[in-house]
Design a protein around this ligand. Structure first.
Ligand code: ZN
Length: 134
């Protein structure tokens, strides 16, 4: 257990508390997470880009080999990608994974729980390679 500051009232609260005992605000423990992307393909090539979504919210554009650092509250999340269509008709599809972040995780490679990989006719897409809680 650690003591963290309530972001509403600033009082110290147990990180295990669901709500601040002082003001009642919900306590969310945030973890720094590194997400690594790569190009999954049937044929050669290396360039691919795509949009990245966490819990349905667009957080940016990634490319093959790219890494993102994000802060996420402890709990369950969905990471997904949507690959940009290129001149070869590759893209328009992506990868989607569920992850479970626990408070006691430190330097842990999170298991990527398959949600869906949707391929609709192309040969390459921006995939989620690994997710590490720092
Ligand atoms: Zn509070």
């Amino acid at each position: 257990m650690a003591l963290i500051k309530c972001k509403e009232c600033g009082k110290e609260v147990s990180s295990l508390a669901k709500n601040c005992p002082n003001c009642g605000a919900p306590i969310m423990v945030m973890k720094k997470v590194k997400v690594h992307f790569w190009r999954k393909k049937k044929f050669g090539g290396s360039a691919i880009t795509g949009s990245v979504f966490i819990d349905g919210q667009h957080i940016g554009i990634a490319h093959n080999g790219c890494e993102f650092d994000v802060y996420l509250p402890v709990g369950n999340h969905t990471i997904s990608t949507e690959t940009t269509m290129n001149q070869y008709g590759t893209g328009g599809k992506g990868d989607s994974r569920n992850i479970q972040i626990q408070e006691n995780m430190h330097q842990v490679n999170i298991e990527l729980i398959p949600k869906s990989t949707f391929l609709t006719g192309g040969w390459a897409y921006l995939a989620i390679k690994d997710v590490i809680v720092l």
